[in-house]
Design a protein around this ligand. Structure first.
Ligand code: CP
Ligand code: NVA
Length: 342
């Protein structure tokens, strides 16, 4: 297994926030395959830096000067690709996109050999894959950081942006009642872990047979317990929505599961987020979706287009949260930028 290259930082770091400083020291050169790769303090630090980067983007214009990022995607993307590319470009770096949709990683040569080549040219590898193992195997064999930009198991960058958006709305995620309705999928997994890391009470309502993986449930419950919050798994969307501060849904047919759409669609119909379901939530509740949405399937037009919907704020915050993540993994805070206290 290759050891990670630590990016040299100037002797005097100028970031002042102690949480961000600690995260910058620990995460420099690390991978981010899962939210579980991060401690609660590190998740909080990424979001704190995300808010800061959003407020003062010009401060970071040269933070990643000349750094090279490769994006290798086995699946389609709008938000993830563009927010990563815009993110590194606006910090002085460069993005190279490799479309792997018709040539899955590991088919032409081994994932380990891809890692041993790519690490010679670039500073960070951003992967969107089917198998989660493709990401962990690349990480195990690469000396530069590997970031999970969605696998069948997790979508950690999405969850970071989503909780950053909740912090903007509510000030803090701690104690928030966050409800996810729909498939217990990659997005659901990362939201459960991130919510638990940040002290949110997470309720997940899925049809029977579509609940989140037990491994993630167990891990999220352990984290929740340590942070004094709760994780509930239900099969009743009405009950799950009661009093919620946020209701989140995703497609019921994720990329790679298209062959199951005829079977899944009727099963998920009672889990649609519509005005009646939103009325069960708190009056101030927000509606969330990672997008792309299948309008009038998992969510109605009335809800996604309502003032309660914050879906485009979530999409915007992909940019800021990922810029924060790149700054920490690539040692970018050493280039003369200071973090202002919120
Ligand atoms: N939410 C999200 O990851 O969108 P894309 O699939 O368009 O990247
Ligand atoms: N669960 C969805 C998320 C897309 C951003 C999928 O994996 O297709």
């Amino acid at each position: 297994m290759a050891s990670k290259t630590l990016i040299e930082s100037p002797a005097v770091p100028v970031a002042k926030d102690p949480d961000v400083l600690a995260a910058a020291a620990r995460l420099n050169g690390e991978d981010m395959c899962s939210i579980a790769d991060l401690s609660s303090a590190e998740v909080r630090a990424i979001l704190k830096l995300g808010h800061e980067v959003k407020r003062n983007p010009r401060e970071y214009r040269h933070a990643l000067d000349a750094r090279q990022m490769v994006l290798m995607f086995e699946k389609a993307s709008l938000r993830t690709r563009l927010s990563f590319e815009a993110g590194i470009n606006t910090m002085g770096g460069n993005a190279i996109f490799v479309d792997q949709t018709s040539s899955p990683l590991g088919e032409r040569e081994s994932i380990a050999d891809i890692a041993r080549n790519v690490e010679r040219w670039v500073d960070v590898i951003v992967l969107r894959t089917y198998a989660h193992d493709t990401i962990t195997e690349m990480a195990a064999n690469s000396r530069v950081p590997v970031i999970n930009a969605l696998s069948d198991f997790e979508h950690p960058c999405q969850a970071l942006a989503d909780f950053m958006t909740l912090e903007e709305r509510f000030g803090s995620a701690a104690g928030l009642n966050f409800t996810y309705v729909g498939d217990g999928n990659n997005v659901c997994h990362s939201l459960m872990l991130t919510g638990a890391q940040l002290g949110a009470n997470v309720t997940v309502a899925t049809p029977r047979g579509y609940s989140p993986e037990i491994e993630i449930v167990t891990l999220a419950r352990e984290i929740a317990q340590a942070n004094g919050c709760e994780l509930r798994l239900l099969q009743d969307p009405q009950l799950a929505a009661e009093g919620a501060d946020a209701i989140y849904t995703d497609v019921c047919v994720s990329m790679g599961f298209e062959h199951e759409s005829t079977k899944r669609e009727p099963i998920f119909r009672p889990f649609q987020v519509n005005e009646a379901l939103m009325q069960k939530a708190a009056p101030h509740a927000v509606f969330m979706h990672c997008l792309p949405a299948r309008r009038n399937a998992e969510v109605t037009d009335q809800v996604i287009d309502s003032p309660q919907s914050i879906v485009f704020d979530q999409a915007e915050n992909r940019l800021h949260a990922q810029k924060a993540l790149l700054l920490l993994l690539l040692g970018g805070l050493a280039n003369g930028v200071s973090i202002q206290q919120q």
